[in-house]
Design a protein around this ligand. Structure first.
Ligand code: KIV
Length: 284
């Protein structure tokens, strides 16, 4: 089982083989994802919404990201692990970006970092890459700018917006990103960008022509019920399964059907009698 590298991801694009990417926030899920041949695991700042229940990703801190990266790192052996740079961990200047990206690698164990934005982050990307840090870009719908964008809505619908996204993709490639997330843009535009740049594109709501696909794992599992984006496919209904399991447990406790004998530690009768006698038979 060879560990996935950037070189491998680039060769998948060259060979036209789709890259499989998912988000992950904890150790048990990381272990299972890794066993299933997922190529890229992203500890996304989406954890703010799907794990912590915030309205958006803005309250996520570096400390939260580092902690979740550490947990995921312990479960991932084969996949390429990316740590997401949270809101205001890189927008405040190159020095902050370097320090915080360094934390995701050194403390969190990530192989690379991801950050959102186009022209505004090009210089930051360049500085990180020059420092030896692998960076994944993210354009289109960038959730950290959700207010500016007027909500979680499709981007790149006009000539001007399409031209800007193509220019951003090129600028980020030149600045050294090793791959690029395209979120919530028309499939035709994602196809054009994918054919324009030589690094892999990972689409989320960007149609089938991207070099790979990424989803938020809680959407795929049916575990985040507040809303499901139009672009997400639910492969199971985990929240329903959990409700069934928790309700069955509740009923078993109420009826004393749980714990059964096989879940119970019980001393041999003679051992217990000896203990009882030593306790003067009154449990004192
Ligand atoms: O935070 C995240 O999960 C992401 C993915 C949606 C790409 O950025």
């Amino acid at each position: 089982m060879d560990k996935i590298t950037i070189h491998h991801l680039h060769s998948l694009k060259e060979r036209g083989e789709p890259i499989v990417m998912l988000t992950c926030y904890d150790y048990p899920t990381a272990t299972v994802l890794d066993q299933c041949g997922v190529d890229v695991v992203l500890v996304g700042d989406s954890l703010g919404m799907v794990v912590y229940g915030f309205e958006n990703t803005l309250p996520v801190t570096m400390d939260m990201m580092v902690l979740h990266c550490q947990a995921v790192r312990r479960g991932v052996r084969r996949a390429f692990l990316i740590g997401d740079m949270p809101f205001m961990s890189y927008q405040t200047g190159t020095a902050d970006a370097l320090r915080n990206a360094g934390r995701l690698l050194a403390e969190g164990g990530a192989d690379a970092v991801k950050l959102e934005g186009g022209q505004a982050v090009v210089e930051t990307v360049r500085a990180l890459v020059e420092a030896g840090i692998a960076v994944q870009g993210h354009i289109g719908l960038t959730p950290q700018s959700v207010s500016q964008m007027g909500g979680f809505r499709m981007q790149g619908k006009t000539v001007e917006a399409a031209r800007r996204l193509i220019a951003e993709a090129r600028a980020l490639e030149q600045a050294g990103v090793f791959s690029l997330v395209l979120e919530s843009i028309p499939a035709q535009l994602a196809d054009l960008i994918t054919r324009t740049i030589s690094i892999p594109t990972l689409g989320i709501g960007a149609g089938p022509s991207c070099d790979g696909q990424v989803l938020v794992t809680h959407d795929l599992l049916g575990l985040f019920e507040r809303f499901t984006p139009r672009f997400a496919r639910r492969y199971t209904e985990l929240a329903d399964n959990m409700r069934t399991a928790f309700s069955a447990y509740r009923d078993d406790v109420h009826t004393r059907a749980f714990p059964a004998e096989e879940h119970t530690y019980r001393l041999p009768d003679d051992t217990w009698q000896a203990i009882l006698s030593a306790l003067d038979g009154n449990g004192a």
